[in-house]
Design a binder for this molecule. Structure first.
Ligand code: SOE
Length: 389
């Protein structure tokens, strides 16, 4: 029996939807994967002691703090996991990195390019001291997305011609759905564009290995005021009689040029009635295509244009084989994974990188690259013009 892995003390800030998803990952990862460090769910930080104590008990955290700054002074905390709205990411991440704590920060990295640049500078300073950081674009860690990237990297679809990416939700289609921080520009930075558009920007860049170099965008807010929430959890809540303004986009659409010469069409909306969490990506290349829909997340569709016409067609690959990314630690073929597994895979890869002293991916620099595209789309929409990223 080898020595037990060294402890990795984790302190998490925030305990709502993302806090619950990350907590599940910290609990589950060491039970299904052989990790080189043993994550210890040491402390959960939240402003209200009663509420954070209930959350810590429910989510499995050993202690609580009512000020995240205290986490940075604790010798039993090695890594800070930031699960708070975007307006707090820069302050917490920079302070944590400067205090010598590794950082996992939810997406989007920040609410502006300027903040993201400050975070990258802090990450570079910290990395020089062996203190590492990652931004939480978890969908990269869906096995079908990993397979799509591998097929593109292996040249199986040839030169990328088209990137077609949608992130379709409908949780705000009802005008009576109450306000949450995600509809407040000061908190969230933007609406559908940054919250879910960030995911498809990162995913298409991850799958193709290319970057968005230019955009022409439009933003729309369909419902300009909503009831102020009296209670809210996840993506749903109850509103009272008071109303408040929606200060972000409900939907974002943009055209894009890709660094490899291809063209892109992107759409992110919370008003696609009937689409709940539909990340739909299709990449068409000179030799074939890949297509994915998160609402059927264990499947990748692959078209090989080299196939003889008589038998050519999109192949429906069920990505649950032992040699597909991450699957060997889970279940036999066909026993599907879910939304939460990508968060567990995120912990597995982060812990592995920290143990090896290697830069985790996606890095804060990857987060900044997404932030620059988000910013270019917003400026393009304001100007009604094509802009380089
Ligand atoms: C809401 O749109 C949301 O919770 C996003 O904020 C998450 O990043 C996404 O994974 C699910 O939907």
């Amino acid at each position: 029996m080898g020595d037990a892995p060294a402890r990795l003390g984790v302190g998490m800030v925030g305990y709502s939807f993302m806090g619950a998803a990350h907590s599940q990952a910290w609990r589950t990862a060491p039970r299904f994967f052989d990790l080189p460090l043993r994550p210890s769910m040491t402390a959960l930080a939240g402003r209200n002691r009663d509420n954070v104590t209930v959350a810590a008990d429910k989510l499995g955290w050993d202690s609580v703090e009512t000020d995240w700054r205290t986490l940075l002074t604790r010798d039993d905390v090695d890594l800070i996991d930031i699960c708070t709205p975007g307006d707090t990411h820069a302050e917490i991440a920079i302070a944590a990195l400067d205090a010598g704590k590794h950082v996992l920060c939810e997406k989007p990295l920040a609410n502006s390019v300027a903040e993201a640049e400050e975070m990258v500078a802090a990450a570079e300073r910290a990395a020089a001291r062996g203190v590492l950081s990652m931004v939480g674009f978890t969908y990269r860690r869906v096995p079908a997305i990993q397979l799509a990237r591998q097929l593109v990297a292996d040249g199986r679809i040839g030169t990328v011609r088209h990137v077609r990416a949608q992130y379709l939700q409908d949780w705000l289609s009802d005008a009576s759905a109450p306000l949450s921080w995600r509809m407040d520009k000061d908190k969230a930075g933007s609406g559908a564009l940054g919250d879910i558009g960030a995911h498809i920007i990162d995913l298409t860049q991850f799958i193709t290995g290319e970057s968005v170099t230019g955009v022409s965008g439009m933003l729309e807010t369909f419902v300009s005021e909503r009831p102020v929430a009296t209670e809210f959890a996840g993506l749903a809540g109850k509103g009272g009689d008071e109303v408040g303004p929606v200060t972000v986009d409900d939907a974002a659409c943009f055209l894009a040029r890709m660094s490899g010469g291809g063209v892109g069409v992107f759409e992110a909306t919370r008003f696609a009635q009937g689409r709940k969490n539909a990340i739909r990506i299709e990449i068409n290349g000179s030799r074939g295509s890949v297509a994915f829909d998160f609402e059927d997340m264990n499947v990748l569709h692959f078209f090989d244009a080299e196939e003889p016409a008589a038998t050519a067609g999109f192949r429906r690959i069920v990505v649950t084989e032992a040699d597909h990314a991450y699957i060997a630690s889970w279940w036999p073929p066909g026993h599907a994974l879910g939304y939460e597994h990508a968060f567990t895979h995120q912990v597995v890869d982060l812990v592995g990188a920290v143990a090896a002293g290697e830069q985790p991916a996606p890095s804060f620099a990857d987060g900044l690259a997404v932030q620059k595209v988000l910013d270019a789309v917003e400026r393009s929409a304001e100007k009604g013009a094509w802009l380089d990223v």
